[in-house]
Design a protein around this ligand. Structure first.
Ligand SMILES: *Cc1c(COP(=O)(O)O)cnc(C)c1O
Length: 458
């Protein structure tokens, strides 16, 4: 444990402000306010340095699927570090934990996806995807297939390639992105973009945008299409039911690889082991991270199909890898996490019991006069706040109301995230029905308070 553990909050905040640069943060604004210091967690609850308790409605950052304090994950990492804390997987070497995890993933992932390239995060997984798919096409004699098509408002990580694949404009603006040969098409966000059409018409239109772009570029240039089965950081956007089948058809017809970014949807979030299974997608590659180790230690990977692996084998050396590819302690934590999830039937319980309850309680908020749309699937939810119910009209300054609602929620003891003016939920998968009730009672209270504030102000 760090030696600062018992310092008063103001001291911790002052040190943080002086020496720590936070991700996705306006440093000046944060340091005027002071950061929240989280010190402990157990089950679905967090504790801060002032002793306040919060229900973690976000599972950390969409990753603590198994919940906090799972002793067997800690023990596995500790035992592995005692025996072999580190060795690399370059230069024709391997070690038992990475071998076991590779085989375990082959068992858990959909049929035909049997080999994994390891890294330490979702961003690195997607960087690896870019190099893998381009090298694959070069290896099978089609080196001109280099373009990767993604979607506006997608999130694929924060590294140069990850942020390029992502469709977040504010990220592209910083650092001269996107990198070459990355294209973006519209996202399947019916509420924001398709209100004048039926959900079905819109689903088809959004999918056909892929075909149009492929034809524009020429299929002989297009390497892959990458997408999250359900967009997470973009605001929990569940595509219309006909979207994915049409995407699947288009990729097959034009010989374009389909990459599912399962970094959020993977490992039980949808009530299946992978979002692909929930939405009936047959990907050639899957990026995984987050729930792979339930966030206990950093690990990610790209799982590829047998056919893809065979193609890649034609190309000789793949000149790519990380010092920590398949890190033994991280792999051991992932194995323990996956075994725990399998033994305790966590994914099955999500599907049969807790996700239906979560979705029912979420849907009850649709009646609220401040709520314009509810989006959800499995253990993912979004509550879209709107100034005028019945329209998809936005607030005058996007995000202010969402942030206010988030702050009310945390004052009331719930971590709920704001994406613009959508309130986002993605709790640990071990959450019980009574904890789900507590979550929604605090969420409703926060929405009431935000609405009262809005009515007074306008
Ligand atoms: C979080 C996330 C990433 C990036 O993962 P990091 O571990 O933060 O690098 C990539 N894709 C999706 C869908 C994500 O949600």
């Amino acid at each position: 444990m760090g030696s600062l553990h018992n310092l008063p909050t103001e001291k911790l905040q002052a040190l943080d402000a002086s020496h720590h640069l936070h991700p996705f943060t306006d440093t000046l604004a944060l340091n005027q306010k002071g950061t929240r210091v989280i010190t402990e967690a157990a089950g679905v609850y967090l504790t801060d340095s002032d002793g306040n308790r919060y229900l973690d409605g976000m599972a950390g950052l969409w990753c603590v699927n198994a919940g906090y304090g799972q002793r067997e994950i800690l023990d596995a990492a500790y035992a592995q570090m005692e025996q072999l804390p580190y060795y690399n997987t370059f230069f024709q070497t391997s070690h038992p934990p990475v071998i076991e995890l590779s085989a375990l993933l082959a068992e858990l992932t959909p049929e035909g996806l049997n080999r994994t390239f390891f890294c330490s995060s979702g961003s690195e997984a997607n960087d690896t995807v870019v190099r893998l798919v381009r090298h694959y096409w070069a290896s099978v004699g089609k080196p001109q297939k280099t373009v990767i098509i993604s979607r506006e408002n997608a999130y694929h990580g924060s590294t140069m390639a990850g942020a390029s694949l992502g469709g977040m404009k504010p990220m592209h603006k910083q650092g001269g992105l996107p990198i070459a040969d990355i294209e973006h098409i519209m996202q399947p966000h019916w509420f924001a973009l398709g209100h004048e059409q039926s959900e079905e018409e819109f689903g088809l239109r959004a999918a056909r945008a892929l075909e149009e772009r492929i034809l524009e570029l020429g299929a002989e240039r297009v390497a892959a299409f990458i997408a999250e089965p359900i967009q997470g950081a973009g605001g929990v956007i569940v595509p219309p039911a006909n979207y994915w089948p049409e995407i699947q058809r288009i990729c097959r017809e034009h010989n374009v690889l389909l990459v599912a970014d399962e970094v959020i949807c993977g490992f039980g979030r949808t009530g299946k082991w992978f979002g692909c299974e929930a939405l009936d997608i047959k990907p050639d590659l899957m990026s995984v991270a987050k729930g792979l180790s339930s966030g206990y230690l950093p690990i990610g990977g790209v799982v590829v199909s047998d056919q893809f692996a065979h193609g890649l084998e034609q190309g000789g050396d793949f000149n790519h890898g990380y010092t920590y590819s398949g890190h033994p302690a991280c792999a051991a934590a992932a194995i323990a996490n996956l075994k725990l999830m399998r033994r305790e039937k966590i994914v099955e319980t999500v599907e049969s019991t807790t996700a239906p309850w979560f979705q029912q309680r979420l849907a009850e908020l649709a009646d609220h006069p401040f709520v314009g749309q509810i989006r959800g699937y499995g253990m993912l939810g979004a509550i879209q706040l709107v100034p005028n119910k019945g329209t998809n009209q936005a607030f005058p300054k996007e995000g202010d109301i969402g942030s206010l609602c988030r702050d009310f929620a945390s004052s009331n003891g719930l971590v709920m995230r704001a994406v613009g003016d959508s309130m986002i939920l993605s709790p640990p998968l071990i959450i019980s029905k009574s904890e789900i009730d507590e979550l929604f009672s605090i969420a409703r209270q926060a929405i009431d308070q935000t609405w009262a504030h809005w009515q007074k102000a306008s």
